[in-house]
Write a new protein. Sequence first.
Length: 132
Amino acid sequence: GQAMQVGLEHQVAADAQVEVERDLLKHDADAAQRTGAGMAQRVPGDLDIAVTFDGPPQVLRLIDALVALTGFDRVDIAVVDGSHPVLDAEALCGEPIFEARPGAFAEAQMAALGHRRDTDWLRRLDLEQWAR
């Protein structure tokens, strides 16, 4: 009945999660999370994933692997690497889906939020300069 269907859906979701984790590990991801507007939709327009990498980002290979796994071709990866404080902080305020080691997500999130806070004064200064 319905309980069997729900159990099957959970098993399929769990199996897919294991495959996603394998792909993320294979491509040197350190932590990942779902982010963006697609989280609020039952059927997302796209799949936004923020990823920190332990080594050089393998973005195109990771996208290819996720598309092959999910059959969904609207996958967007935001590389969280400290280069874009606002993007990094916003991208890491979603639903964690993976961490290669305990605490990897929390470390990345705290670093991104702190970096955004520490650089706020530069963005304000920039706006003031443009207003002149």
